[in-house]
Each structure stands twice: as structure tokens, then as C-alpha cells.
Design a protein around this ligand. Structure first.
Ligand code: FEO
Length: 401
């Protein structure tokens, strides 16, 4: 089995998972996912993170090729989530004397998940491990994505092993390095990965970016997706913007639930108004049809969010309630907002959504509510609401974008 070299001393020994339908048993994987692991080969050999245990056989074959039969001296654990730590016990069986490098929080989880308590070497922030001519320096970056997460920096080759940071969904179709592949599928999957996995942790991501800001980094080796070389500045800029909850583009997401199409017709009317106001980026999502992970990615991407819900059992429509919960859990900031909805006898949905947006301190531009079917007067009101949203998206009219 061949392995791919990232640099003079670093080999890629990660694997692709094209079988799993749902990441974390909840997020669809239309393009699969890769679990990236790296081997640094010098006088001593260090393995950085492992892979999901289902792929241990192919993982081990790659390690054996890259080491040419030598033993692995160190296992560096940047992140303990089981998609990366799943093979630790098997690696330990294979290399019984391997020394495990992590921080205090790593070892607490290592004991809890895998019962591993021996041959541990605890590092502190900034400490280094020397492999020969190679020095690996460790930076604690808590909550990117778990409390124990840290990054490892190859000082000589200026490579950052970044854990989940800068990662994305999508298996690697042959190539490993960004310059060797068509990246089209990865940009959307990076937004979806960020929004759903890391999106809650904007402040820790900002702290990590500040902490690592002084490092010269030529290559970023994440735990998921391509190795970033030529595109590294773009992915760093992306993380900087998203972790500040800055929308990437002027545009509106209209997400709605609709049982019989009445709330949906309001969504169509609002969209027509936004379009008439000169906005091109308008995305409509039916929460019953589109997985919320994709909607959340668009909520991060665009500057305005318009949510529609029928009143259902005197509450929000369930899919809409779940979307609101996901947005609030991530503390998404600075969005232009409008709410709409229909009911049959008592309207609750709009009355629920407006205080929710106020709590998030968003810029609320209006709302619309209809009883039973959409009538002409209310259609016009929805259309006018769309025009107002478009105006608030227009910087020249004093909008917030
Ligand atoms: Fe890919 Fe947070 O694990």
C-alpha cells in the first residue's frame, strides 16, 4: 500500500469513510468523510492522531509502509473525539511501548474512553518534543472542538497539525493535498462542518487564531478533508470570519415549515419581494425536506434570515423549533431577521419567534401573519416585507450589511 508524503518528514496515513451515512449519527455525509492521521518520521517516529476503529486495518497497513517496519515511538493526541481516538487501544497493542503525548484533559478522557493509563507523557502549553532534527511544539487550543483539543507545530517544516480546525466533510478522492485536487465539493462542506461542529465555539476559535497568529505556517494538516497548502490563507480567513459570526455574502435565507402550503406561499411572496429589491442571493429551505445541517450552513453564510412557521399544537412547527434551537445554541450574531407564519384559529408562531430574535439582539425588520389561506392583502404585505428586507441588505440605504 502506498502512502502520500506531505513534506520531507511527514506522511499522510489517514483513511476515507464512504460508508457512514450520518456523522456523529446525525449529520448527513453525501460525499463521505476522511479521518486524517499523520506520521512524522525522524530518528524517532511520532503518529499524530488515529482514525475511526472501523478502518484500523487499512490504517495500520499505511503506518507499516511509511515506517518501513520501524516501531512508532510516540502517539500525539491532538483530539480525543472517537473519530480520531477510536484506534488508540489497537495502536497500543501493536506498539506496546509507545509513549502517549497529551495534556491533563486528554488523559482524563483517555482513561474514561479507552482505559489507558500508562506510558503517558503530559505536556504543557508551548512545550516541545524532539524527534531528531524535528521539533514538535504543542499549543493548547481548548474548545476547538473539545476541552482537551490542542495543535502540534512542526517547527522545521512549518506545518500545523490543527485537529478539527480547518477541517471539512468530504472523503479524499485520490489526492490529499489541496493543489492536487478539484476543491469544489469541499468549500460547501467546510461551511457545513464549521456551522454544525465548531460553530458554537466562536470565542475559542478566535483565541486559537490569536495564539497561533505569530507562527509561520506553510501547510495545515487538519483531521478532516484536504491538506491545505496553496489555499491555507483562504481557510484561515474563512475561520476568522465565521468565528466572528460575520456573514460571507449579502443575501437572505428563508427557512420555513409548512403543513399544507399556506406558510410556504408566504415564503414565496417574501422571496419575490426580496428579489424585486435587487438581491440575488436568496435561498429557500423547507425544514421538513432539507436537513437542518445544510440550513445552518446557509444561516452562517448569509446576512439575513427569514423564518416561517405555522402554529402547530399552540407552538412552533417542530422542525422550525429545532432550527431555532440550533441557531441559539451557536450564538449566531448580527443577522437581519423577519418572521412569518400562518395559523387556523390562534397564531402563536410569530409571537414566539420575534422575542427569540430580540434575545439574540438581531435587527428585526418586520413580520407577517395570516389566518388560514393566503389572501391578496396579506400577499402584498409579505411582498412588501421582502422589499424591506432587501433594503436593509443594501449598504447604500443604511442597511446593516
Ligand atoms: Fe473530528 Fe471533534 O472530531
Amino acid at each position: 500500500m502506498k502512502t502520500q508524503k506531505i513534506s520531507h518528514s511527514v506522511h499522510y496515513v489517514g483513511v476515507n469513510d464512504r460508508r457512514k451515512s450520518l456523522f456523529e449519527n446525525q449529520l448527513p455525509l453525501p460525499y463521505g468523510v476522511s479521518y486524517n492521521s499523520y506520521l512524522v518520521v525522524d530518528e524517532k517516529i511520532a503518529l499524530i492522531d488515529t482514525v475511526d476503529a472501523c478502518y484500523f486495518d487499512v490504517f495500520l497497513k499505511k503506518i507499516e509502509t511509511a515506517t518501513n517496519g520501524r516501531k512508532v515511538d510516540y502517539l500525539i493526541i491532538n483530539h480525543m473525539e472517537p473519530d480520531h481516538s477510536g484506534s488508540i487501544r489497537l495502536i497500543k497493542q501493536q506498539f506496546p511501548n509507545i509513549e502517549i503525548i497529551g495534556n491533563a484533559k486528554t488523559f482524563d478522557m483517555l482513561k474514561g474512553y479507552h482505559g489507558v493509563i500508562d506510558n503517558l507523557f503530559e505536556i504543557k502549553d508551548g512545550e516541545e518534543l524532539v524527534l531528531g532534527n524535528t521539533s514538535l511544539q504543542f499549543y493548547l487550543t481548548p474548545m476547538v472542538h473539545w476541552p482537551e483539543t490542542m495543535m502540534t507545530y512542526h517547527k522545521q517544516e512549518k506545518i500545523l497539525f490543527s485537529g478539527d480546525a480547518f477541517g471539512c466533510f468530504g472523503a479524499l478522492d485520490g489526492g490529499v493535498i489541496d493543489t492536487t485536487m478539484n476543491l469544489d465539493k469541499f468549500w460547501g462542506e467546510m461551511r457545513r462542518y464549521y456551522a454544525n461542529i465548531v460553530g458554537k465555539y466562536g470565542v475559542p476559535v478566535q483565541n486559537a487564531l490569536k495564539k497561533l497568529g505569530g507562527l509561520e505556517v506553510n501547510i495545515i494538516c487538519s483531521t478532516h478533508g484536504p491538506v491545505w497548502t496553496a489555499e491555507r490563507a483562504k481557510v484561515i480567513d474563512f475561520y476568522d470570519k465565521y468565528s466572528r459570526y460575520e456573514a460571507l455574502e449579502r443575501g437572505a435565507v428563508i427557512a420555513y415549515g409548512s403543513m399544507y402550503g399556506n406558510t410556504e406561499q408566504m415564503a414565496e411572496a417574501i422571496a419575490a419581494g426580496i428579489s424585486a429589491g435587487g438581491v440575488k442571493n436568496i435561498v429557500l429551505h423547507d425544514v421538513s425536506k432539507t436537513d437542518l445541517s445544510f440550513i445552518l450552513a446557509d444561516v452562517f453564510k448569509y446576512s439575513a434570515l427569514v423564518i416561517g412557521s405555522p402554529t402547530y399544537m399552540n407552538e412552533l412547527f417542530p422542525g422550525v423549533a429545532m432550527l431555532l434551537h440550533k441557531i441559539e445554541a451557536r450564538g449566531i450574531k448580527n443577522r437581519i431577521f423577519a418572521a412569518f407564519g400562518s395559523c387556523t384559529w390562534a397564531g402563536v408562531s410569530v409571537k414566539t419567534m420575534l422575542p427569540w430574535a430580540e434575545k439574540l439582539q438581531w435587527n428585526i425588520v418586520g413580520s407577517a401573519e395570516e389566518k388560514q389561506a393566503l389572501k391578496t392583502e396579506k400577499y402584498e404585505e409579505c411582498y412588501a416585507l421582502g422589499l424591506k428586507i432587501a433594503a436593509s441588505l443594501n449598504p447604500s440605504s443604511g442597511g446593516t450589511f
